[in-house]
Design a protein around this ligand. Structure first.
Ligand SMILES: CC(C)(COP(=O)(O)OP(=O)(O)OC[C@H]1O[C@@H](n2cnc3c(N)ncnc32)[C@H](O)[C@@H]1OP(=O)(O)O)[C@@H](O)C(=O)NCCC(=O)NCCS
Length: 155
């Protein structure tokens, strides 16, 4: 499969991120499953772009916008929670694995992150598969029904 180029998200990506975020599968797999209004997305997105505790990346190739990955830095140093969302038109073709793999490498090499944390719904089988295959390991689950996984940078 062709490689995906990663770049930082900009304000021009707002419409794409809004439509990908409101996709029904994305909503169903999110912690908060309700639809999001355009207005609240715009407010959230402007704040998120300016927030030093977030990094939002876009994966793309020559033709298409493939998807987004967001790292939310946690209180403990060098730890971030990952959230991945593919453009719905790009799902089911293996791009999720490539985007996850490349984003983890980017986080370790460019963002100073040493531990990546993920929370996944047990029903989200494609997501579980790509995280396990990248080498994420399970943590004890203490947050209701969410699976908790982590990937630690190798020295
Ligand atoms: C999760 C997501 C990133 C996966 O990316 P994708 O490229 O669409 O993934 P694929 O459809 O290629 O599936 C990944 C793997 O799971 C398998 N899979 C898909 N649906 C499955 C199912 N219902 N049962 C078992 N395996 C399944 C696929 O066959 C594939 O395995 P393979 O590579 O061995 O063939 C993407 O679907 C997405 O953006 N979902 C919405 C947001 C989300 O759930 N984010 C994760 C929360 S962090």
């Amino acid at each position: 499969m062709a490689e995906i180029r990663l770049r930082k998200a900009t304000i021009e990506d707002s419409s794409d991120l809004f439509s990908w975020r409101n996709d029904p599968v994305t909503r169903a797999m999110s912690r908060d499953t309700g639809p999001i209004s355009r207005e609240s997305h715009e407010v959230w997105y402007k704040r998120a772009l300016a927030d030093p505790k977030k990094s939002i990346l876009i994966g793309e190739n020559e033709e298409d916008q493939i998807g987004m990955v967001r790292f939310d830095y946690q209180d403990s140093p060098r730890t971030a929670e990952i959230n991945i969302n593919l453009n719905p038109a790009m799902r089911g073709r293996g791009y999720g694995q490539t985007l996850l793999n490349e984003s983890c490498e980017y986080a370790f090499s460019h963002l100073g992150i040493e531990r990546i944390y993920a929370e996944i719904k047990p029903s989200n089988l494609p997501s579980i598969k790509i995280f396990e295959r990248r080498g994420f390991k399970y943590l004890p689950s203490d947050k209701g029904s969410m699976l908790r996984l982590e990937l630690v940078k190798e020295n």
